[in-house]
Design a protein around this ligand. Structure first.
Ligand code: GAP
Length: 447
């Protein structure tokens, strides 16, 4: 990826559409601003991201369990959590064209003013108002008697309201965490930058409950901050494109005692990828107050009873998918092809939608197709594998490079004689002959 490429975002958006990663939502009806649909490869990429997250955050840990809460909750949850009163963005409206903007997005506002200036118009703005981001839904079968509820604005509250359920149904002892992945919804004033700011998106979050203690809780905070940063690096994001940024006191969310973002260097600037928040006892104490239920933890050993504090790691699956795509995008010269250039997605092997692609050299030779099909069916039992029998082999290589397929396996006439195939590596473009019986092991080792 070359960040100085001004058209990089256009290229990513175009590749995403052309190859079936991401499409504009409801496109045949003119779309719906801030919504996106994931095609076959995008769904696979997102699935792999979530699986790696779940492995690192739940499966490989003794102190974290997972859960999956309902998207629609009792509206009192959102009063208690502070979202009804405090989940606001500052909104201003252009008096000339009545477009609405977030008052804190200075670059977008400046661009809008420039647009009017070019048309020799002046831009007057309305007073700043608070705009609540919760998306309302109407529930109930009787028209006129429907109740307002909300689609969850963060997946977090589903975990906190179940704190006691999980505690009582497991043998967890503090410190421990509850992890969840799921959709959240926000009535964003200015969705944009492709999927970066959408109105419907997926979050992957950990709520880690600790004993109330300033010093110790900050140690857990530091641990999770670094753990999350390392996760992105281990999955292949170039460390030069990642950094931490601390929230200033005036940007802290209503629940946060401290907040740091993990930011990624996108072609549209350094942008938030994930937030690590010290939520103190905000959530549990609010739910205790509003529900009248005891939300405290009892320590059997010390006989202490307290409301735990929460360290939260909150990442976006869609943002991660976008940043992994941007980071993996390369345009390169192919030395074997007299300087012809190829587009290649150098996605980490754990994230690439296809681990391998199988090609019969010629699609009109039944004996090659039959042998290739056998190999394809065999590999499919263990790996996500693509099949391609169109056009010449060179074109098939480029087509697979563009979607990040790690290995291309070609079945040719020699295969029929000696049971070997050609395996071509996405990144080095080197080819080697491998015996069919060793193929599976070869892939396991390489992946
Ligand atoms: N529970 C804490 C929380 O929701 P947040 O910083 O508002 O914190 C966490 O959101 C993450 O969710 C962000 O870092 C981002 O990855 C993702 N996210 C938030 N709003 C988003 C949006 N409008 N579109 C896409 N992803 C979003």
């Amino acid at each position: 990826m070359n960040m100085s490429d001004n058209n990089l975002m256009e290229k990513i958006v175009s590749l995403a559409k052309r190859r079936g990663f991401i499409f504009p939502g409801s496109e045949i009806y003119g779309g719906l601003k801030g919504t996106w649909d994931y095609g076959p490869l995008g769904a696979e990429l997102k699935f792999n991201i979530k699986q790696e997250w779940w492995k690192a955050m739940v499966k490989n840990r003794d102190d974290v369990v997972g859960m999956s809460a309902s998207i629609i909750m009792n509206p009192k949850v959102w009063e208690a959590s502070g979202h009804v009163a405090g989940f606001n963005d500052p909104l201003i409206e252009c008096k000339t064209c009545h477009q609405r903007f977030r008052a804190d997005q200075e670059d977008i506002i400046a661009e809008h003013e420039k647009l009017h200036k070019e048309k020799k118009e002046k831009t007057d703005w309305t007073e700043e108002k608070k705009f609540n981001l919760l998306v309302e839904v109407k529930l109930g079968a009787v028209e006129g008697e429907k109740n307002t509820a909300y689609l969850r604005g963060e997946i977090t509250q589903g975990v906190h309201v179940n704190f006691k359920n999980i505690l009582n149904s497991s043998r967890l002892k503090i410190p421990f965490g509850i992890a969840q992945i799921g959709k959240a919804f926000r009535n964003e004033i200015t969705p944009g930058n492709f999927t970066y700011r959408s109105i419907e998106f997926e979050q992957m979050e950990l709520q880690y409950y600790v004993k109330p203690d300033e010093k110790k809780s900050m140690e857990y905070y530091e641990f999770w901050k670094n753990f999350r940063m390392d996760w992105y690096k281990l999955l292949g994001i170039n460390s030069d494109n990642l950094r931490f940024r601390e929230h200033q006191k005036n940007e802290l969310a209503h629940y946060a005692k401290a907040a740091w973002d993990i930011e990624y260097k996108t072609p549209f600037g350094w942008k938030e990828c994930e937030g690590i928040h010290h939520r103190g006892d905000w959530d549990l104490s609010q739910h205790q107050k509003f529900s009248g239920q005891d939300m405290s933890y009892f320590d059997e050993e010390t006989k202490e009873k307290y409301l735990p504090w929460v360290i939260e790691t909150s990442g976006g699956v869609d943002r991660a998918a976008l940043f992994f795509l941007i980071d993996a995008y390369y345009e390169e010269k192919d030395p074997a092809k007299n300087g012809a250039s190829r587009i290649v997605l150098k996605l980490n092997s754990k994230l690439a939608p296809y681990k391998a692609a199988v090609f019969p050299l010629l699609a009109n030779k039944p004996e090659l197709v039959k042998r290739a099909r056998e190999i394809y069916d065999d590999l499919r039992k263990d790996f996500m594998v693509a099949w391609d029998d169109r056009g010449n082999i060179g074109k098939r290589y480029y087509s697979q490079d563009e979607i990040g397929t790690l290995f291309c396996i070609t079945i040719d006439f020699q295969t029929l004689e000696d049971n070997t195939v050609t395996v071509r590596d996405r990144d080095t473009m080197k080819q080697e002959r491998i015996e069919i019986k060793d193929l599976s092991q070869y892939l396991v080792k390489k992946l």
